[in-house]
Design a protein around this ligand. Structure first.
Ligand SMILES: [Zn+2]
Length: 407
């Protein structure tokens, strides 16, 4: 497939109500870019709801309603998360019911799992289960999932990152406290986990120039999935002590100072390979963290760094993959976050441009083998499940949130 990304030949900005050259007369992508936002987002919603049906059929119905991979990342819980999003947009009770059925099957499938996070572990099943039970008005079921959540125990060798580690467990706590109510998971429980994360970050940082450092499988990753960006992103949702806030700021300053000349971010400490522009590794995941830093810590440097990283995503982020983790769908959330932060319509346009590219070309490019449909083509993080989630989020861009990352 050659390069990792398609050259972005779309105009940098098109004001509402203007026709893009090639539009109206022919080229279907230019036509989409010429549409008013509202018209386009309605179109995306319709296609998202069709896609959602396909995802449910492929990952649930055709599998005899049995679950092997229960995770949110590539498995059935991702389908449940998509159904929850669809329910939030349309209030269709059938979606809520299917979501609940899938989570029940995930609950059985994950019973003996030692994984503890939202994206790849038990915490995701129990947390989403409790929230869906609340929406269904089923108090007994909600209590069941909350009890199970509170029974989750950490293995002794637990890492700190988002997909398999402590940060991924803490994110599930934030999700519960947001959707069920403050203190659903107590500050004391969360504080113990924060202390562990800070302690191991300082231990590995030693006397280095970055206040916090982490390792996953022997590598000091920087990205959202396994590294610094993801861990400090979750920490910023917590009640931190003043010195911990300074550690987070110092870590972000260190990353900004040591980014590549292109504006992209290394996937791990010391790496000189400026290749990946993914949520998992590179500028997109870091941008979402910098947006959060600008919102929470209010430092102008973070806003500027977020804007800079967003430019990298615009230039090199039209990936030859469709998904949320390392595909165009995930990268589109960068522009939605920058729009939320700055209120600038230029960013809403860029989100619209990436989503239009997906809507116009993705399925065809995948069928022609010019774009990768993902190893699990219907999953939330690698496949079209993520694209459907994005299209639903385009309906209310100011409420959009990257699945299992932006709270
Ligand atoms: Zn990825």
């Amino acid at each position: 497939m050659g390069d990792r990304f398609f050259p972005n030949e779309m105009p940098d900005f098109v004001a509402e109500g203007t026709t893009v050259s090639g539009g109206a007369t022919g080229d279907s992508l230019s036509n989409l870019l010429s549409l008013p936002y509202k018209t386009l987002s309605e179109k995306l919603k319709t296609s998202a709801l069709d896609l959602k049906e396909t995802v449910v059929r492929e990952t649930w119905g055709l599998r005899g309603k049995r679950v092997q991979d229960y995770t949110l990342y590539t498995g059935a819980l991702g389908t449940a998360y998509l159904l929850f999003k669809a329910y939030q947009v349309t209030k269709n009770e059938n979606d809520l019911q299917s979501c609940s059925d899938i989570i029940k099957a995930c609950d059985s499938a994950s019973k003996d799992s030692g994984r503890v996070t939202f994206i790849c572990g038990r915490a995701g099943v129990c947390a989403l289960g409790a929230v869906i039970a609340k929406h269904s008005g089923d108090e007994r079921l909600q209590a069941h999932y909350l009890t199970k959540f509170k029974q989750i125990r950490f293995p002794s060798d637990l890492p700190n990152e988002l997909l398999y580690g402590r940060a991924g467990f803490l994110w599930a706590c934030s999700f519960l406290n947001k959707h069920i109510g403050k203190d659903t998971i107590s500050t004391t429980r969360m504080r113990a986990v924060i202390d562990e994360i800070i302690k191991s970050g300082k231990r590995l940082a030693g006397k280095g120039r970055c206040p916090l450092m982490y390792e996953w499988h022997g590598k000091k990753y920087w990205g959202a999935a396994h590294g610094l960006a993801g861990i400090v992103h979750v920490l910023m949702d917590m009640e931190l002590k003043p010195d911990e806030v300074e550690d987070v700021k110092g870590t972000l300053h260190y990353m900004i100072k040591n980014r590549f000349p292109s504006g992209n971010y290394p996937s791990s400490e010391g790496s000189e390979s400026d290749r990946l522009v993914h949520w998992c590794h590179g500028a997109p995941g870091v941008t979402l963290t910098l947006v959060k830093a600008a919102e929470v810590l209010g430092d102008k440097e973070f806003l500027q760094a977020a804007v800079d990283a967003g430019e990298v995503v615009w230039k090199r982020g039209l990936l030859k993959r469709v998904g949320i983790c390392h595909g165009i769908s995930g990268n589109t959330y960068v522009f939605l976050a920058l729009y939320r932060l700055t209120g600038k319509v230029e960013y809403l346009y860029r989100a619209k441009a990436f989503a239009s590219f997906l809507s116009d070309r993705a399925l065809e490019l995948i069928s022609e083998g010019k774009m990768h449909g993902g190893d699990r083509p219907f999953s939330l993080f690698e496949g079209v499940g993520g694209m459907a989630h994005l299209f639903l989020d385009m309906a209310e861009p100011s409420d959009a949130s990257f699945p299992a990352y932006e709270i």
